[in-house]
Design a protein around this ligand. Structure first.
Ligand code: GCV
Length: 659
């Protein structure tokens, strides 16, 4: 086996955590997913109890037992039907434990929750345990291409594809287990940039292999989606257009979708990137994104399919001299006027911020604007701009901030308005799946947070560390604070106060302060000899006006704008005094020196774990910290030198800045 089991690598548990009932599981339900629940129970408990555990079926037994059952009539207070059927309960009854799901899928989630609690020694404290997931749709988006590469992948090659073939092996099965165990219920198996060969995924060229994946995922309660090429009717169907209102185009999609569902009745639906970064879309024909999305959604609707349509639509051919066009405005400008025009089975997938997964961005105002449209949040588990799984950057605190953000300005948080969360996944065929072992905390945490948004970032880190590294307190006590502080550390040595970018163009790792400054991507910092930042107020690009109050006014005013976003919203002189009493330039110098010191400290703390965790994990992360330190130093020195040269202002503390 050339891959790890991540957080499912259960070891024997101490005697005091064992109960007689664990040895006698009884399945009182039937069906494909219920069978998976039984199987998962036996795999995990056999490892924890260090002896084979076998499932009984059908009838209650006299001895203490763990019962796995489905009760469709289970009473809950949930009003959302999709969520209601995902509810499960784990409770003790005399010496028995009963895991009840409202559906088979819910039962499976109940079993994963139960085995995790047993391993973590939480049964006494947590039972009875009721769970209705925080959001109905919890999706992993792969940016895997069929040649085997992964766009923005930092942990090896695709384990789905090699040289335009789809692979099927034990690793794919392990992957399905890992995904289900953290609550995933939808997976998109290919990149949103759908290239030539991938366009064929929805045709007989690949459908039998896609079906094999779909059936595997379905056993784990997961629906399979594919990204589709909006121009497929031209590429595959020989049509001259892909105009969403053209009857031949509509008929082509209807026929294609019908066939997909004939082969794969439980197919989830499509994910679409249209009119974005060179991808085809409805704009070519003067049609709207509602025209495009609804056309596909209507083809899917008869089969219960869902159409996920991305809002990452902006002008990527901008002139850097143009100060009025603002990429940050684009999603809102394109989609707000379409509110209420999308069909019920369309979900708009919106990136957390208005730019592109930077280390710090404000929350996309679209979440506060759209009122009559289904929305889901898109975050990037893959660390494209946040260290590429070389640098440690635990992203759960960021995602929690986004979900909790009062986007309505009236107490309506992002979590209240979305019906799902999608994560651009960070896996590849590396032995540890995620390149850096610690990057798996983001994958695990994404799933756990999507299931239960009441969990804190610390709780998730703690669970992950004890499941994946060691149950010993000294390991947890080192790893949890390290994870939880790592986003702040990364931010310190990167682009300051929300301005973003400053990365090496195209690869997006390491600093290049002006790398995108004179480019076409709309990603400018506008630094000159006096100051830095983009004026997005009413006298600037007007972006602030897309927010509800009080954010509009708060962001528009330098005095009330949260300082971590100051340069995102304002052009600020280097001598401007921040709330700390420091000038902006001194803040830039200080944070960049601190960032490197904090990486040095993390590296040292990690080295103290030698012998306390697996040698493989230890060596992997040790190597990553060494590389992170080099990267942090490069960021520090380039950023500090750049701003010294622009401003001519010395560091008050006289530290080394290369002049
Ligand atoms: C899949 C960014 C990335 C691209 C990615 C794009 C997107 O621009 O750099 O690689 O393309 O986002 O989200 O569509």
């Amino acid at each position: 086996m050339n891959y790890t089991k991540c957080w499912l690598d259960y070891k024997p548990i101490p005697e005091n955590l064992r109960r007689p009932c664990y040895y006698e599981p009884v399945l009182l339900a039937s069906g494909r997913v219920a069978e998976t629940a039984a199987e998962e129970y036996c795999i995990s408990m056999s490892e924890m109890l260090d002896e084979p555990v076998e499932m009984r079926r059908g009838e209650p037994v006299d001895e203490p037992a763990v019962y796995l059952e489905v009760e469709e009539e289970l009473q809950t207070a949930e009003t959302d039907a999709a969520l209601d059927r995902q509810t499960f309960v784990i409770r003790g009854e005399e010496d028995n434990i009963i895991i009840t799901g409202k559906s088979e899928e819910a039962l499976l989630q109940g079993v994963f929750a139960f085995t995790r609690m047993v391993y973590l020694g939480e049964i006494d404290e947590k039972l009875p345990f009721f769970c209705t997931p925080s959001t109905p749709l919890r999706m992993m988006d792969h940016w895997d291409d069929m040649d085997g590469s992964i766009e923005r992948g930092y942990s090896g090659r695709s384990f789905f594809y090699d040289d335009y073939e789809m692979m099927y092996n034990e690793r794919i099965e392990m992957y399905a287990r890992l995904m289900a165990s953290i609550g995933t219920n939808a997976i998109t198996i290919n990149n949103v940039n759908v290239h030539e060969k991938e366009t064929f995924l929805i045709t007989d060229v690949y459908l039998q292999q896609v079906k094999q994946y779909a059936e595997l995922f379905a056993r784990y309660g997961i629906r399979l989606y594919t990204s589709v090429n909006f121009a497929a009717p031209m590429q595959l169907g020989g049509l001259t257009v892909c105009d969403p209102l053209d009857p031949d185009v509509v008929a082509w999609w209807e026929k294609t979708v019908k066939h997909v569902y004939e082969v794969i009745p439980e197919f989830g639906g499509f994910l679409v990137k249209a009119d974005s970064e060179g991808r085809p879309g409805p704009f070519t024909y003067g049609r709207t994104h509602a025209d495009g999305a609804n056309m596909l959604a209507r083809a899917l609707a008869p089969y219960g399919g869902t159409l996920v349509w991305r809002c990452f639509v902006y002008n990527c051919g901008q002139d850097w001299r143009d100060r009025q066009t603002d990429r940050a405005r684009a999603a809102y400008d394109h989609f707000m006027e379409l509110d209420g025009k999308f069909d019920d089975n369309v979900i708009l997938q919106i990136k957390n911020g208005p730019m592109d997964f930077q280390v710090r961005e404000p929350v996309s105002p679209l979440f506060g604007g759209l009122k009559k449209t289904n929305m889901m949040l898109e975050v990037q588990i893959a660390q494209e701009y946040t260290g590429q799984q070389i640098d440690l950057c635990y992203l759960i605190p960021m995602w929690k901030e986004v979900l909790a953000f009062d986007i309505g300005g009236d107490g309506t948080a992002v979590s209240h308005v979305v019906c799902g969360i999608a994560g651009v996944i960070n896996t590849g065929d590396d032995e540890n799946w995620t390149g850096n072992d610690l990057a798996a905390a983001n994958l695990y945490g994404f799933g756990r947070l999507a299931m239960d948004q009441t969990l804190s970032a610390e709780q998730i880190a703690n669970e992950w560390s004890r499941l994946s590294l060691s149950r010993e307190d000294d390991v947890t006590d080192t790893v949890v604070p390290m994870l939880c502080g790592s986003w702040a550390t990364y931010e310190k040595y990167n682009a300051p106060l929300g301005i973003g970018w400053m990365v090496t163009p195209h690869t997006h790792y390491g600093p290049d302060i002006d790398g995108y400054e004179y480019d076409r991507w709309g990603t400018y910092h506008r630094a000159d000899l006096h100051g830095i930042g983009v004026d997005r107020t009413g006298v600037g690009t007007g972006y602030v006006e897309q927010y509800n109050e009080p954010w509009r006014s708060r962001y528009a005013d330098q005095a009330t704008c949260p300082e971590e976003l100051l340069l995102f919203f304002h052009y600020i002189p280097y001598t401007y005094e921040l709330k700390t009493g420091k000038t902006l330039i001194q803040h830039i110098y200080d944070t960049h020196f601190e960032g490197v010191e904090e990486v040095e400290a993390m590296k040292k703390q990690w080295e103290g774990l030698e012998g306390k965790i697996s040698e493989r994990s230890f060596a992997c992360v040790k190597d990553r910290f060494a590389r992170q330190l080099e990267n942090a130093k490069e960021w520090r020195d380039r950023v500090n030198t750049y701003f010294y040269r622009k401003s001519g202002i010395d560091d008050e503390k006289g530290r080394t800045i290369y002049k």
